[in-house]
Design a binder for this molecule. Structure first.
Ligand code: ATP
Length: 364
């Protein structure tokens, strides 16, 4: 399922870097530093090109996502490394929606892959849970559902106002994410897939999910399949997270569930995500946002961005280098060479320096 890039012939992979706003710029700088270090001795080089799409540019000249951005990224790049967007100077956050939701839609990045892996038992708020209990992935449908922006408001601001937000579920969209979940479970030998919806209440949209799931699962007899309503699923994830390996769900539930997962595994500072279209240019980012309250203070944890970079390397078939990044993060967490949110004393830059030095000394 990883991309087979045409850039392979030149021995380099072209990475578009979009640092964005707030701590997005700080953690992306560290991720690029660590990526350069881990590939410095490799045959395949990474070739970075930075784009200034974000609040600063929007306030300067009104640009959010340039009209040719998506075709240009598809044509000229192998992957996108993204920081975060969102800035209090743009209260509507119109630029953030245009850039991130725009890229997800225009590049048709239909898989949002969010690994939830506890790397140190001390980091989970769940009592008596260890690393083997919290290790699953959330696959969130990333292009449809309630996030397509269909709807409207009538008699806005009056006592009679009506607001409608449409939930879009297409056969194609539902089937491809469910199929991806089974393919992912097969490729990574994870053995089981749980699909979660609310088909008992959402009897049109989510009944489609249930029907498609029961058809697709029959094509994967070697993989255990299970269906849970979302309310039951969240209870079970907290009660006994070890029962899950791959969870696939719609855009809204996936959004909520992956933040729950992030907390179970040590908080937003450690959580990575991939916005993927198999075989095509895909986008990798930390789960956290631009966190304006801590921006510019050298406080942000760069681990989420570095783990997102590891996912990007997996996607580019640079698996030993991806594993080297994960090993560095595990070492940093165990030895407390981290930012304060994980109990360490380092700043963003110093945490990045430590990781870069570690992968230089331990490139595999
Ligand atoms: P968004 O609306 O995009 O989710 P936000 O600023 O509301 O953005 P986050 O950016 O996700 O939310 O951050 C919420 C809080 O979590 C931050 O204020 C900060 O305290 C903490 N946080 C998030 N990311 C990090 C990080 N990388 N390192 C340390 N703390 C973080």
């Amino acid at each position: 399922m990883s991309s087979k890039s045409s850039a392979n012939v030149s021995g380099s992979k072209r990475i578009a870097v979009i640092p964005g706003d707030g701590i997005g710029t700080e953690v992306t700088r560290e991720a690029v530093k660590v990526l350069k270090a881990v590939t410095s001795g490799s045959r395949t080089k990474l070739d970075f090109t930075e784009f200034d799409w974000g609040a600063e540019r929007y306030l300067r000249d009104g640009t959010t996502l340039p009209p040719d951005a998506a075709p240009m990224l598809r044509r000229d790049f192998d992957a996108v490394l993204f920081g975060a967007v969102g800035d209090p100077r743009v209260p509507s956050n119109i630029h953030a929606a245009d850039i991130l939701l725009g890229l997800r839609a225009k590049l048709d990045l239909y898989v949002n892959l969010r690994p939830v892996e506890l790397i140190d038992a001390a980091l989970t708020p769940l009592r008596d849970r260890g690393t083997s209990d919290i290790n699953f992935v959330v696959l969130r449908e990333n292009t449809e559902g309630l996030y397509v922006g269909m709807g409207g408001q009538f008699q806005r601001g009056t006592p009679h106002e009506v607001a409608v937000q449409e939930d879009i579920n297409t056969r194609k969209g539902v089937e491809r994410i469910i199929r991806y979940a089974f393919e992912y479970a097969r490729e990574h030998q994870l053995g089981r897939v749980c699909m979660s919806d609310k088909s008992n209440a959402l009897t049109y949209g989510h009944e489609l999910w249930l029907r498609v799931f029961s058809q697709v699962k029959d094509e994967y007899p070697g993989i255990e399949s299970r269906h849970l309503y979302i309310d039951t699923l969240v209870m079970e994830v907290v009660r006994d997270p070890g029962q899950f390996r791959v969870i696939v769900t719609c855009n809204l539930f996936g959004d909520i569930l992956s933040d729950l997962g992030a907390q179970l595994a040590g908080g937003l500072g450690l959580a990575p995500s991939g916005n993927i279209h198999p075989g095509r240019v895909s986008l990798f980012e930390p789960v956290h946002g631009s966190a304006p309250t801590i921006a510019g203070k050298n406080l942000a944890n760069p681990c989420g961005a570095v783990l997102a970079s590891a996912m990007m390397l997996d996607h580019l078939d640079l698996r030993p280098q991806a594993e080297a990044l994960r090993k560095a993060i595990r070492a940093a967490v165990h030895e407390k060479h981290t930012t304060v949110d994980l109990g360490g004393t380092l700043g963003t830059r110093e945490a990045g320096d430590w990781l870069a030095e570690y992968v230089t000394k331990n490139p595999r």
